[in-house]
Design a protein around this ligand. Structure first.
Ligand SMILES: [Zn+2]
Length: 286
């Protein structure tokens, strides 16, 4: 498999032919999804994207990881001397001025504040929807990650079906000839691990930081069920992006009692270990 690695910006500057417009990009983050839970889950739609990579997240909490993702520092496996699955070796998105370029050329070089701004400058429609509070634009802290999207919807917790409906509706209202960068942060895999209609009590969090009533077996059972439900729910959206590039990963994992720790927001092997699936369209930036 080979990819065109030249800067899309230089390509477009020299040619106004819209047939050269690149493929759309779908970027899914399953919030707090552990790598080992994802391995156990029946998730045929997501697992069909690529071989599953045991990756390291750039941070152990939502803001830190997404701020890094949006600057081109996606999760990676440091043991692989391959671009994209190891962003230290070669980045999918390289921001001009944004750190060391790597051993291998980036898939695309972007200019701007972050990849959202950079893709927007290249003519992408930029849509994002986030489920957790770090994406709440009503809070100053939540405005940082959401500010550069043309359209952003904060979902106020797990509501994947509504997020997908919003994506479909928003894409339907914009120029279909332009490629889209669609970012989707999924909340069902975050504590307390709940999807709409799940047959358990949402008010009980089995992995509460410093909690006295935690249950690692129940946490695992619930997160795996949530991954499986999300996989089924994501099927039509993944089908819509069948010819496009898709990045699916977690922003961090959770601890389930390892070293006496629960949940995330603390740097630990289990909060940094995440699943990564990466399918780049052969003509992603042709
Ligand atoms: Zn998170």
């Amino acid at each position: 498999m080979s990819f065109t690695r030249q800067s899309l910006g230089s390509r477009l500057r020299g040619n106004d032919d819209l047939t050269l417009m690149p493929r759309s990009i779908l970027f899914i983050t399953l919030d707090s999804c552990r790598y080992d839970a994802f391995v156990e889950a029946r998730a045929p739609n997501l697992k069909a994207l690529s071989s599953l990579c045991r990756a390291r997240a750039p941070s152990h909490f939502t803001y830190g990881s997404h701020a890094a993702f949006f600057m081109g520092f996606t999760p990676g496996d440091f043991s692989l001397r391959e671009p994209y699955v190891n962003p230290k070796y070669g980045k999918i998105f390289r921001m001009e001025g944004g750190g060391h370029p790597g051993a291998s050329p980036p898939l695309v070089t972007l200019a701007g504040r972050n990849i959202v701004d950079g893709l927007k400058k290249l003519g992408y429609r930029t849509l994002g929807t986030g489920a957790v509070n770090w994406f709440n634009p009503e809070r100053p802290t939540g405005r940082v990650l959401s500010a550069d999207f043309e359209h952003f919807a904060y979902a106020r917790g797990p509501s994947l079906e509504r997020q997908i409906a919003w994506i479909e509706s928003t894409l339907g209202k914009s120029d279909p000839a332009a490629p889209a960068f669609v970012f989707l942060n999924v909340g069902e895999t975050h504590v307390p691990y709940y999807y709409e209609g799940a047959p358990w009590d949402r008010s009980y969090n089995p992995a509460q930081a410093f909690g006295e009533n935690n249950d690692a077996v129940e946490a695992r059972r619930r997160q795996i069920a949530c991954i499986e439900w999300c996989d089924r729910t994501l099927e039509p959206l993944l089908a819509r992006f069948a010819d496009d590039s898709v990045i699916a990963c977690a922003d961090h994992g959770d601890c389930w009692g390892e070293d006496g720790l629960w949940e995330h927001g603390v740097s630990h092997d289990k909060t940094l270990e995440v699943p990564l699936l990466l399918r780049l369209a052969p003509d992603a930036f042709a």
